[in-house]
Design a protein around this ligand. Sequence first.
Ligand SMILES: Cc1cc2nc3c(=O)[nH]c(=O)nc-3n(C[C@H](O)[C@H](O)[C@H](O)COP(=O)(O)O)c2cc1C
Length: 231
Amino acid sequence: MLRSASADPVIASALAHINAEPPVFSPAFRRELEVLFQWRRDVRRFETTAIPERLVAQVLRAAASAPSVGLSEPWRFVRVGSVAARKAVIKNFEESNALALAAQRRARREHYASLKLAGLNEAPVQFAVFCDEGTTQGSGLGVGTMPEMRRYSVVCAVMQMWLAARARGLGMGWVSILDPNRLSRDLAVPEDWSLVAYLCLGYPVEEHTDPELSRAGWQERQSLPDRVLHR
Ligand SMILES: Cc1cc2nc3c(=O)[nH]c(=O)nc-3n(C[C@H](O)[C@H](O)[C@H](O)COP(=O)(O)O)c2cc1C
């Protein structure tokens, strides 16, 4: 049923949803979507150029439209911008990465040390993404047997950010070589939030269709049939 337009932007936006016809995605759109999947990369080499706030807001909105268990929307985004917070993250990464290097087999240490595993010094926009493990939103639906589903919901949001960023010419890098408890303390977040991702966003210095880790000879992708089982 079509309703008349409203001058109020909030009502107009709500009516637009009610009036919307379900879309029919064209073959051209599907091809472009596939191109997006192929060109999405984990980016660690960023230009320091600022990102328009409009794009940051769009990427966050894409994240917030992700599926979540029980519609609990447990994602919490902490934008890390202050000098003190950025320094704390870099120190955390450097110390965690030194431990990770030491934990590598001797034969791989030199190779590991040569990898660029974060763009923390350059990325103009950075988010620590947490899961609110104590949220009552969704009234516990779907998390009785597997509470980790809340964290998986946050991962869904991160994935949407990744694609939304790439579709706008931005790159995103996921940094996991961090001590999560220390980061939570440094960012003074509530105790029942757990760290899911630390994300760097910015314009990429270079664009590729293959992962940086395969270009660096660290790990190749494996073929899909080996990962699909039938019972
Ligand atoms: C959960 C998760 C954590 C990751 N953590 C890191 C990280 O700490 N440092 C890094 O360089 N890349 C990290 N990555 C990126 C992966 O190395 C990358 O996704 C993989 O090599 C495939 O490359 P692609 O994303 O460009 O396809 C992470 C990716 C995921 C999904």
